[in-house]
Design a binder for this molecule. Structure first.
Ligand code: NAG
Ligand code: NAG
Ligand code: NAG
Ligand code: NAG
Ligand code: NAG
Ligand code: NAG
Ligand code: CU
Length: 256
């Protein structure tokens, strides 16, 4: 009994420090293996199947000014692209996502020619998806999408995001971000990026007011980022604004 309890505590303690990251994707029934920081770089980087930008560890980014907030550390580009039709879903696959508090967002950036040539800190990103607090009673005890997405039984957590149906075709980066705010005034950003080849009949691109940079879009003084969910001014409320500005969803449905 005591032994079982200790073993369980040891597992919980280990997991509590385990952080996490996004290493696989699916589109329809096709599986795309991404980067795995626990496998040697030489077995992955530059391999023809690689579609995700390299990330070195499961640790978070702590500063909104860190250049690695764009595509994690170091963000070295892959040679390949995930093919996807505008309007289809790309599903991010996580194992053991453990945190529960804070918003989740997904972003795209258009690479004019080749995503391998793009500076991830200069390219313009736009938000296509977000989810925050789903229900109360308040920021620390309420149910966030991050918690609903979290899966403790060992099977993967699936995070589907729809590519805007009328987005114009071309090469894009997709950036998934989990912002965890369970530690007071010490936000944790978990970004990962992959390369997409978007096809389809779309003809739209978001206007300037939707386009942002990483770093740049976030302010370290933003009350949604530098936040104490246990005792801050809005802690005992359901008032939370997801940072990073509005979503661009392509305004409408592709005419088929
Ligand atoms: C990605 O998927 C592979 C199976 O193809 C799995 O073995 C691996 O654990 C996944 N990577 C991560 C970091 O979850
Ligand atoms: C695509 O993802 C959305 C959630 O973002 C979901 O509601 C929808 O059912 C998904 N579509 C398919 C075909 O899986
Ligand atoms: C993107 O997809 C189009 C259509 O299938 C294809 O012609 C093109 O070669 C692809 N580009 C890259 C860089 O994979
Ligand atoms: C919600 O919180 C923001 C700061 O995050 C604050 O400016 C705003 O007044 C709050 N609204 C309400 C209704 O409490
Ligand atoms: C949030 O709600 C829970 C449950 O009602 C309560 O115990 C806790 O004190 C609340 N948090 C804050 C900061 O008021
Ligand atoms: C939190 O807010 C609820 C609803 O307004 C209130 O009933 C409760 O007493 C508050 N809890 C704390 C710890 O302030
Ligand atoms: Cu963590």
């Amino acid at each position: 009994m005591a032994f079982a309890l200790l073993a369980w505590l040891a597992i919980l303690t280990r997991l509590a420090y385990a952080h996490g990251g996004l290493a696989n994707y699916t589109v329809g029934n096709t599986w795309y293996r991404g980067y795995d920081p626990s496998t040697p770089t030489s077995d992955q980087l530059g391999q023809p199947w690689m579609i995700q930008r390299e990330w070195a560890s499961i640790d978070p980014i702590f500063s909104v000014d860190d250049k690695y907030i764009a595509c994690n550390n170091p963000g070295t580009p892959p040679p390949s692209y995930i093919p996807i039709r505008a309007g289809d879903n790309i599903t991010a696959v996580y194992w053991y996502w453990l945190h529960a508090l804070g918003p989740m967002t997904a972003w795209l950036a258009r690479c004019e020619t080749d995503c391998r040539e793009v500076d991830v800190n200069k390219v313009k990103w736009f938000k296509i998806w977000e989810a925050g607090l789903l229900e109360g009673p308040n920021l620390s005890e309420g149910l966030w999408y991050q918690k609903a997405f979290q899966n403790w039984d060992g099977s993967p957590d699936l995070w589907p995001v729809t590519i805007p149906a009328r987005l114009k075709a071309g090469l894009y980066m997709i950036r998934h971000e989990i912002l965890s705010i369970h530690v007071e005034n010490k936000p944790q950003f978990y970004p990962e990026c992959a390369h997409l080849n978007v096809t389809g009949g779309g003809d739209l691109f978001p206007p300037e007011e939707f386009l942002v940079t990483f770093p740049g879009v976030y302010d370290k003084g933003d009350p949604s980022i530098n936040i104490d969910v246990y005792a801050g001014p809005t802690a005992n409320s359901t008032n939370y604004t997801i940072p990073g500005g509005p979503i661009w969803d392509g305004f409408g449905v592709l005419d088929k």
